[in-house]
Structures are given as structure tokens and as C-alpha cells.
Ligand binder design. Structure first.
Ligand SMILES: *Cc1c(COP(=O)(O)O)cnc(C)c1O
Length: 383
């Protein structure tokens, strides 16, 4: 069995056109973190998602860091952040020496729970110290409940940073995911829906913030022919070579979303009737890019645990993983404040969640291999 091809969780998928844009960079000798590919890639993203400005960066993490920096987040400021997410959503809070406060997820989107967010705001208000920003994550392509979350944040006058690293190509009520906050973040890491091998993008309708981010990303160089610096900057711009990869990848983004959704649909059609198996929902009015197909195993209805299913798949040369470990459970964030629901939803998803192989270059027989193994491992019935 394990002699069969390895099936990966979300491998990169090149279109073949990347080389022509990379070649352009070489032909014109623009091998710097600026040039035509960078400009064109920024325009492509901005026009695709409908934002006024975009700046291409070396990673999604850098984009989150700059979002905090341009909002003026500094030492000891509080920043609210989804707890059910990848560590990169919150690490930049620590880069700024600010204080993360984590918010639980809710069952309809697996993302930030508006009730817990409101509770956190009320406590912060009573303590006389509101957060300076809220980082909202759109997990595995699914948008958070943006209307409810924005209503709360607007009421308190606190800006939202939308971590849309996993949700490029998704939408919420007809508007692109990543364009709801003051600033939005995309990632082009190797495992994301499109990739530049490593890269990120910061978007906003506020041109001033985008210009400021671009300034900070290029060492905060003052306008002078000599090298003069008055503020602390970073080296965070995207290489013109990698932006060439991004240009070709953007051309197929729409098709990628369709194919990712087809992968999900096949899993759903084959597996959703198994007792105890529940796929990540899609909130009404939203379209998820279904970057990863994920599910939870309801232990009241299944004798088999999520970890047993993962083990079974891994033994058969198939990459499957638990859902992100909530940040409030990470040793790095031990002792940090967290607002949990009574059902501790994020912890429940972590314990019982499975991420399934969702590569769009996975062929039908490979996906059948995954499906049949899940059917087999879940065939143990309750007596
Ligand atoms: C991938 C990811 C990031 C970080 O993006 P990089 O480009 O890898 O730095 C941030 N947040 C989430 C939710 C991610 O999945």
C-alpha cells in the first residue's frame, strides 16, 4: 500500500507560464525587489479583490507585521486575535511587543465568535483599555461573520486586520474576502491556493496606509539621495522574480477555486452520510475557496477518533493533519488571555478535526484512495 504515490495535503501547482514572466525579469535585468512583475502583480491582486491599493511583500507574516506597524501598534498595546489559526496570525503582535488577547471560534464558520468578541470588548472597556486592532482570520477559505464582527469593531472604533492568507478567491456577500477590514493580508506560501514559493500581499482602500507600508518595507528610506533614515524600517519587499510566478498563478485563481471546490464536493458526496463525520460548513451568503477540505469527527456518533483516521491515512502514504492548534494552547502563548465559549469550540475542533488532502493536481483515483481509507476506518459501528 505505502508503495503507492504520496498524496500531499496542498502541494504547489505551477501552470507553466511562470517561466515567461521570470524570463522577462532576467531579460530586463530586474532581479531586485522591484520591477514590472511586482507592479503588475500588485495591480492584478488589487483589481481582482477590488481594493484601491496593494503592496507585494516577502511573506504573509510580513504583511501582518506591517499592518500592525502602519496602524501604530506598539509596546503594551492590546490586540485581539482569533485563536483557531496558524501561529503567523499572532506572532507579529509579539514582534511589536504588543499583547495578544485570543478569541474563540463559533460552529457556523469555525472563525471568530462575535459574542466572545463583544464580551472581550466589554471587559476591555471596563478596564479602560480598548485593543488597538482586531485580527480576524478566515480559516481554510471560509469567511468569518464579518457583518457582526465589523459592527462591534466599528462601534468601538477599532480597526480590523483581515488575515485572508487562506481565503484568496473567497467571497462574503459578493465582496472579496480580505477587503473587509482596514487592511487585508494574503499569503503566497507554497501550500496556499496560489503561490510565489514565498510571498504575501497587503491590501487596503486607504492609499496612505499602503504607501506607509511600502515605505516601511523598503528600510524606511527618507527622500534624499544619500541614505537617510528617521524611522525603523524592514526589508520586506517581494522579489521581481517571484512576482513573475505570482502573475502566472493569478491568471488561474478563478479556476483554482472551482477545482478546490470540486475536490470538496467529491469528499462531501462520498463521505457526508457516514455517522459522526461533519464537514466544515459554508456560511450562507459566502463562497469558500475550500483551500483545504476539513471535517470534524463527532465522538458521540463515531467510535473512531480524528487521530486514528489521520494515522490510518499517514500509514498509507497520505498526508493528513489535525486542524490548527488553538493559539491559547500553544506553549509560546501560555498564560495569555483568552475568551472561550462554554463549549470551548476551538479546542473541540482541534481535538476532533482532520484536514484532508486537497491538492488540485490530485487525480480522481488518488482521491478515491483517501475516501476508501476513511470509509474503511470509520466502518467500526456503535453497538
Ligand atoms: C500561511 C498563513 C499565514 C502566513 O503566511 P506566510 O506567507 O507563510 O508568512 C498567516 N496566517 C494564516 C492563517 C496562514 O495560513
Amino acid at each position: 500500500m505505502s508503495s503507492q504515490n504520496k498524496i500531499f495535503l496542498s502541494p504547489p501547482h505551477m501552470t507553466g507560464k511562470e517561466f515567461s514572466y521570470i524570463k522577462q525579469a532576467f531579460d530586463t535585468n530586474w532581479i531586485a525587489p522591484l520591477g514590472e512583475n511586482v507592479d503588475k502583480f500588485e495591480h492584478q491582486i488589487a483589481s481582482f479583490v477590488g481594493s484601491k491599493g496593494a503592496v507585494a511583500l516577502s511573506s504573509g507574516t510580513a504583511a501582518i507585521h506591517l499592518a500592525l506597524a502602519v496602524l501604530g501598534i506598539k509596546k503594551d498595546d492590546k490586540v485581539f486575535c482569533s485563536t483557531l489559526t496558524f501561529i503567523a496570525s499572532a506572532n507579529p503582535i509579539l514582534y511589536q511587543q504588543a499583547i495578544p488577547v485570543f478569541i474563540d471560534s463559533e460552529p457556523e464558520t469555525w472563525n471568530m465568535c462575535p459574542e466572545m468578541l463583544l464580551k472581550a470588548f466589554k471587559v476591555a472597556e471596563k478596564e479602560g483599555e480598548l485593543p488597538k486592532a482586531v485580527i480576524v482570520v478566515n480559516l481554510y477559505g471560509q469567511s468569518a461573520k464579518m457583518d457582526e464582527i465589523l459592527a462591534i469593531c466599528n462601534h468601538y472604533g477599532v480597526p480590523v486586520i483581515e488575515d485572508a492568507a487562506e481565503s484568496l478567491g473567497s467571497s462574503y456577500k459578493g465582496k472579496a474576502s480580505g477587503t473587509f477590514g482596514k487592511l487585508g493580508v494574503y499569503s503566497f506560501n507554497g501550500n496556499k491556493i496560489i503561490t510565489t514559493s514565498s510571498g504575501g500581499m497587503l491590501v487596503s482602500d486607504d492609499k496612505e496606509l499602503i504607501n506607509k507600508a511600502q515605505f516601511l518595507a523598503t528600510q524606511a528610506k527618507d527622500k534624499a539621495s544619500h541614505y537617510q533614515h528617521s524611522t525603523l524600517g524592514f526589508n520586506y519587499r517581494m522579489s521581481n522574480i517571484l512576482a513573475g510566478v505570482g502573475r502566472a498563478q493569478m491568471e488561474v485563481l478563478k479556476e483554482r477555486v472551482f477545482l478546490k471546490r470540486s475536490v470538496f464536493k467529491k469528499y462531501f458526496n462520498e463521505l457526508s452520510t457516514l455517522p459522526g463525520l461533519e464537514f466544515m460548513p459554508e456560511l450562507e451568503g459566502t463562497v469558500s475557496n475550500r483551500w483545504l477540505t476539513t471535517m470534524i469527527i463527532n465522538r458521540n456518533k463515531s467510535l473512531v477518533s480524528s487521530r486514528e483516521i489521520i494515522q490510518k491515512l499517514v500509514e498509507n502514504n497520505i498526508e493528513a493533519r489535525p486542524v490548527w492548534k488553538p493559539l491559547h494552547l500553544q506553549p509560546l502563548f501560555k498564560g495569555r488571555k483568552v475568551y472561550l465559549r462554554d463549549d470551548r469550540f476551538s479546542e473541540n475542533v482541534f481535538e476532533n478535526g482532520v484536514c484532508l488532502p486537497s491538492g488540485i493536481n490530485m487525480d480522481s483515483s488518488e482521491q478515491d484512495r483517501v475516501i476508501n481509507l476513511i470509509k474503511k476506518s470509520m466502518s467500526v459501528v456503535m453497538s
